[in-house]
Design a binder for this molecule. Structure first.
Ligand SMILES: [Zn+2]
Ligand SMILES: [Zn+2]
Length: 843
């Protein structure tokens, strides 16, 4: 391959997986590996049950790389340094992006996992540092681990005078000044930029004055509210650079994503050119879509709720979605409900029609481990990862006592020492199977996996490809399996493989105009330097209004020279903190810190009485101290699981935009959502039987957010054949499925959004379905739903219509987080409702 032997920054030398990117061999052999060939392995896995669970097998072929010559500006010294790391020439996309950046264009390179994106920014950045002994580079990664990986990669090049250094919360005080004064390649994260570097810009003036490049790695992770915050941190950075006379070039690296130029432009506020053609070589992957089998009726007790429940007001203690005046209880999703159903361990035994994805994944994990196949199972929730690991361990131990020890769970909430130990064990082969949350997606050096199991669609095609990209070592063939959960989106996807393999990945969504982000960010900016009218343009839409509100609130004072921060203390703004500070989980008897749970989830997962799993060990919460941010637990393994419920009310604050489509109205606007976790159910793990419902005394939480909603005239529903008594069930079912399908359109998942449906809403005075962002001020999801309304609701309608069930199931209209016990729901009437909307709504 024309001298391109490898673009591998090399695993052997301990450089990051992140950069391990292009596989070493430009061509791929399916030769004998450490485990069986993926096709054989898959054949054995799918032959276990009576029915074949595989709905589709996609061969993702191996791809040869397309090399490019070194850019003429890359010095011999730089080429030689890369050559020692095994890079003999760049791939085409790397050279293209590097050339654009070197010419001074802002550029985003958006290509697959392991495609060598880092060379695209390292080349122009390092070439500039070598050519201009004064220039500096700032590198931003979403996690400290990733920055540390990148530091190792840059340091390994041993380039004279670059002096790369990490500057983050772990950097010893003693080293910080040296870094500020001498490092020319500073690696950090947006949080440190926000909390440390920008407030201390005076100390950084020398560095910022000479800033040539800002590298933003894994920029697709800056989405939603966090992404909107980061967008303003970057504007603050640009403002400080401009004050010192610098105009750095931004180079961004993204996972494959839809319209990366627009997303990168929103993030940086600059025009950005995208490079998306992946020219790196890749090993082949056998990718199977797997739908767990239906359970026999008696064990699946799941009795889908009968359509058109005769009682319009179900006797639920927690209220319900409709009709008023009972406050509509809804499908509360938001940051407070991040956990998928399986997180509730034991849910899988309840009212499900299909075998749970968790159990299926646990079995697959046990089977692959028994075959000696090094396997990583991605599970969406931390509890789910624990459950999968525990079940796989149990099955393996039943087969061969002791074999279970080779499987473990891994998740973000673990303490650092635990994580390091698990990584080490997997790398050394002491562990063969790991069940993980997506914590592994970023910056952890894990290679050499023969199979990847993905338990439930991870929410975006970008994540799916990132996770699947873990499979395959050294260009060898590998197996990836997506195990569908019993929900509308997963079911839709395993039966519409074209939506996975034939569709572009989704766009990264963020909304810098979110006033809940903009105002605090402007306050931070004002502390750094008084705001001027010119700054308002930099911060974009809504900045003037936000400044006016800050003045009215007494936070800013207007003077002839600008707006000044009035207080002694800096505003406290947490970029990731809309869910509140993490809550520590502490074992009361020993005082041992078991881990943390994010604040937004704490009411749901750590309420008194909640069953909490850690490394397969079960704990019960004695007390949740919200003031101290800590939950006290004791070890106990009851035979029930717990399921928290909340009640929700919603009112319309304002309408931003709407479409008047005759009997149908489609709206985008601000809403107030009030919710409170009020009770929890205890359910028998073995049978799913509800033991009891216990009240909780937790404070309400208010959410001002953005919603999309549609209304229909009662007459149009009657004409479509929906009986008045069935309207609540019809709307409710349509709402559930619409929430389930929204992730097809936006980079969110159903746990980011909530919904509420009602036969008459006090503000719309019509049958209405609301779908709202679960984040203060909105995260752009509802906006995206509004912008793609007909495509979104078309997919929703098709997903319901194509589901094989008769009366509605978790794969179509039932929701795992329904605050109303999935009652009433009417599947056929939901299709009628959506038909009315689609018939009237312009495309
Ligand atoms: Zn169904
Ligand atoms: Zn519901």
């Amino acid at each position: 391959m024309q001298g391109v032997t490898s673009n591998d920054f090399s695993s052997a030398q301990g450089t990051p997986r992140h950069d391990l990117e292009s596989s070493p061999a430009a061509t791929v052999s399916a030769g004998p590996g450490p485990g069986p060939a993926p096709e054989d392995l898959l054949r054995r896995l799918r032959a276990r049950g009576a029915a074949d669970p595989v709905t589709h097998v996609e061969r993702v072929p191996a791809r040869a790389g397309v090399p490019a010559p070194w850019p003429p500006w890359a010095s011999a010294e730089l080429r030689a340094a890369f050559a020692t790391r095994g890079v003999v020439a760049p791939w085409q996309h790397q050279a293209e992006a590097a050339n654009l950046a070197y010419e001074g264009q802002h550029v985003v390179v958006a290509t697959g996992t392991a495609s060598g994106k880092s060379l695209a920014y390292q080349l122009p950045a390092l070439a500039t540092l070598l050519a201009d002994p004064r220039a500096t580079v700032l590198y931003l990664a979403p996690t400290k681990a990733l920055a540390a990986d990148q530091l190792r990669a840059v340091a390994a090049l041993e380039l004279e005078g670059v002096r790369p250094a990490c500057y983050d919360g772990d950097t010893p005080r003693a080293e910080r000044e040296w870094i500020r004064r001498h490092s020319r390649f500073v690696l950090t994260n947006p949080d440190m930029l926000h909390h440390g570097i920008l407030p201390g810009h005076a100390q950084w003036s020398g560095f910022l004055r000479r800033l040539a490049y800002v590298v933003i790695d894994e920029c697709h992770t800056y989405r939603g509210v966090f992404g909107s915050h980061v967008a303003h941190v970057l504007r603050r950075l640009r403002r400080q650079c401009a004050r010192f006379g610098a105009t750095p070039v931004f180079v961004l690296a993204s996972a494959t994503s839809g319209d990366p130029a627009t997303a990168a432009g929103r993030l940086t506020g600059l025009p950005v050119t995208a490079v998306t053609e992946d020219a790196s070589p890749r090993g082949g992957v056998t990718f199977a879509l797997w739908e767990p089998p239906l359970l026999p009726p008696e064990s699946g007790s799941a009795a889908p709720v009968p359509p058109g429940s005769s009682s319009p007001v179900p006797p639920q203690a927690t209220g319900d979605d409709f009709p008023l005046p009972v406050p509509p209880q809804a499908d509360g999703g938001h940051s407070s409900l991040p956990a998928p159903p399986q997180a509730d361990g034991g849910h899988d035994d309840l009212r499900q029609v299909r075998r749970s994805a968790l159990r299926e994944t646990a079995d697959l994990l046990a089977d692959t481990v028994a075959e000696g196949v090094r396997t990583l199972a991605f599970v969406r929730s931390r509890k789910g990862a624990e459950v999968v690991a525990a079940n796989a361990r149990r099955s393996l131990d039943e087969a061969v006592p002791g074999l279970g020890d080779r499987v473990a769970a891994y998740r973000g909430g673990y303490l650092r020492e635990e994580r390091r130990e698990l990584e080490r064990a997997l790398l050394h082969g002491d562990l063969l199977g790991l069940a993980s949350t997506n914590a592994l997606e970023l910056g952890v050096d894990l290679v050499g996996l023969d199979a990847v199991l993905i338990c439930g669609y991870p929410g975006t095609r970008a994540s799916l490809w990132q996770q699947a990209g873990r499979a395959g070592r050294s260009g060898q063939e590998a197996l990836a399996v997506l195990v569908a959960r019993d929900d509308p989106l997963d079911t839709y996807l395993v039966h519409h493989p074209e939506a996975i393999f034939g569709a572009p990945v989704e766009a990264t969504v963020l909304d810098p105009a979110n006033p809940y982000v903009l105002a605090p960010q402007l306050a931070c900016a004002a502390v750094e330097a008084p705001l001027t009218p010119a700054d308002l343009a930099l911060f974009g839409d809504g900045a003037k209004e936000a400044v006016d509100e800050l003045v009215a609130a007494g936070a800013l004072r207007q003077r002839p020279t600008g707006w000044y921060w009035r207080h002694r203390e800096r505003p406290e703004v947490d970029l990731r903190g809309e869910g509140g500070a993490p809550v520590c989980v502490v074992e009361s008897s020993t005082g041992r810190l078991l881990g943390t749970v994010d604040g937004g989830s704490s009411h749901f997962l750590l309420h008194p009485g909640a069953v909490h799993l850690h490394q397969g060990v079960s704990y019960v919460v004695d007390d949740l101290d919200l003031a101290d941010g800590c939950a006290l637990v004791h070890a106990e393994e009851p035979d029930w699981s717990t399921h928290a419920r909340d009640v929700t009310d919603l009112s319309v604050v304002s309408v931003r935009s709407y479409v008047d489509a005759g009997p149908v109205g489609m709206f985008l606007g601000e809403v107030d959502v009030t919710s409170q976790v009020v009770s929890y159910q205890r359910r028998r793990i073995a049978t799913g039987e509800v033991i009891d419902t216990r009240p909780l005394d937790l404070p309400t939480r208010e959410l001002r957010t953005v919603a999309v909603w549609f209304t229909l005239s009662p007459q149009s529903l009657t004409l479509a054949g929906v009986q008045p008594a069935d309207v609540p069930g019809a709307l409710h079912a349509a709402e559930h499925a619409a929430i389930g399908l929204l992730p097809l359109m936006a980079t969110c998942d159903r746990w980011d959004i909530g919904g509420l449906s009602t036969a008459v809403h006090q503000d719309t005075e019509a049958p209405t379905v609301f779908v709202y962002d679960g984040h203060p001020g909105g995260a752009g999801f509802a906006e995206r739903a509004y912008a793609t309304a007909s495509a979104w609701l078309r997919a929703t309608r098709d997903a319901i219509a194509e589901c094989g069930c008769e009366t509605g199931c978790p794969s179509c209209v039932q929701s795992p987080k329904c605050g109303n016990g999935n009652n009433p729901l009417s599947k056929p009437d939901a299709i009628r409702v959506l038909d009315v909307v689609l018939a009237n709504l312009p495309d």
